[in-house]
Ligand binder design. Structure first.
Ligand SMILES: NC(=O)c1ccc[n+]([C@@H]2O[C@H](COP(=O)([O-])OP(=O)(O)OC[C@H]3O[C@@H](n4cnc5c(N)ncnc54)[C@H](O)[C@@H]3O)[C@@H](O)[C@H]2O)c1
Length: 356
């Protein structure tokens, strides 16, 4: 079990580069790392106008902010060389399945080549003591009668987003095996796969929770694409704490293990979309309609084993489905009451640490 103060001892003053810091998960990550006292550097595209990053005044939380493309190798390299980070969290990506059907090559470029650029640059960046590369639960090959995945399961990816992330895992593995086994990055680079993360401040299109919040706030009818899909639901804070613990452990010792980690919730949080909606309805009425036919292929069942992360890192998911839904609805309510949004996030992070 981790404590805020213990983490602070390590993170205070550490130079941390986050790619994708202007996104949903990136914004929560800078909130947490700021509470831990890290020096944060961000490399991303500009935030969207309505974004958590703008709402928390993210610019005030970073030492330096770089708005560039990870596909721009020269710029990416020069900024990493300028910062000389000790720890890197790579979150920059095109993260949406439906968007990947519309902008397929862009998705492949950013998620595969962009990640390749980072791997190539850090090959010679001696300051790096730990790099955490964020992929997804969707990297696994879906087979009949198999829907529970451990880290060593086969990679796949039928839709373009899943394929892009599975491909990035393959090239990360190839860099680890081909280039990092005898240099400063030996046992220092890992991939992390979380579940369906939810939390306040996600404004992405075609994601269930942002759509639910929109429907509550605007009193619209919610359209549900896949009521029978099972997802590993978790609050965004939970896997982020997992990434932080892994980055810390990896930087101070050689973790003797294969370099991929699942940070999914406990099995009681594997729920059908329809069940998830029932729980939301206990707190707030949501008026919804199920789409007759989903035009997009989306994985129906995803369950992640989190045994390895629990055993080797002492990380533990703590919030059940009621807790996480309460937190998202509470965030939305306080925002509507014009509370300071950064404060709302910080209070929820502190509550998380109190519950472990
Ligand atoms: N949100 C989830 O449920 C979830 C689940 C599993 C994995 N992930 C992964 O977590 C990461 C973050 O996801 P998110 O939900 O915060 O997404 P997001 O869309 O909110 O943020 C994406 C971030 O990447 C940056 N970015 C995108 N393209 C870029 C480019 N070409 N160059 C530089 N920066 C670029 C954006 O500026 C933004 O900061 C992604 O890698 C995603 O695949 C997310």
């Amino acid at each position: 079990m981790v404590q805020l103060n213990k983490l602070k001892n390590f993170w205070k003053g550490k130079k941390v580069l986050i790619t994708g810091h202007t996104g949903f998960k990136g914004s929560w990550l800078i909130i947490i790392l700021n509470l831990l006292g890290a020096k944060i550097y961000g490399y991303s595209l500009k935030p969207k106008k309505i974004s958590l990053f703008n709402q928390i005044n993210g610019l005030d939380l970073v030492e330096k902010n770089f708005y560039y493309d990870i596909n721009n190798f020269k710029k990416f390299k020069s900024k990493i060389n300028q910062v000389k980070p000790s720890i890197i969290f790579h979150l920059a990506a095109q993260p949406l399945v439906i968007e990947s059907y519309k902008n397929t090559l862009e998705t492949f470029k950013t998620n595969i080549i962009g990640t390749g650029n980072l791997l190539e640059i850090i090959k010679k960046t001696k300051s790096v003591k730990s790099a955490i590369l964020v992929t997804t639960d969707k990297v696994y090959k879906i087979k009949k009668n198999k829907n529970f995945f451990t880290e060593l399961d086969e990679l796949g990816g039928d839709d373009p987003y899943s394929a892009s992330k599975a491909s990035s895992e393959i090239i990360i593995n190839s860099y680890i095996k081909s280039f990092y086994k005898n240099n400063h990055l030996k046992n220092k680079v890992a991939t992390v796969r979380s579940g369906n993360v939810i939390g306040g401040g996600d404004y992405s299109k075609h994601r269930l929770v942002p759509d639910i919040i929109n429907s509550i706030n605007k009193k619209n009818r919610l359209i549900v694409r896949n009521p029978n899909s099972i997802r590993p639901w978790q609050h965004v804070i939970e896997p982020l704490i997992g990434y932080i613990i892994l980055a810390q452990k990896q930087s101070i010792k050689n973790i003797n293990s294969y370099p991929c980690w699942n940070f999914g919730p406990n099995s009681k949080n594997f729920l059908k979309v329809s069940h998830f909606l029932k729980v939301v309805n206990k707190y707030e009425k949501v008026n919804f309609k199920v789409l007759k036919k989903n035009p997009y292929l989306e994985t129906r069942t995803l369950k992640l084993s989190n045994k390895k992360s629990k055993k080797k890192l002492g990380w533990e998911p703590v919030w059940d489905i009621n807790n996480i839904i309460e937190k998202v609805l509470e965030w939305n309510k306080l925002k509507k009451q014009k509370f300071n949004i950064r404060k709302i996030c910080e209070i929820q992070v502190r509550k998380y640490f109190e519950s472990i």
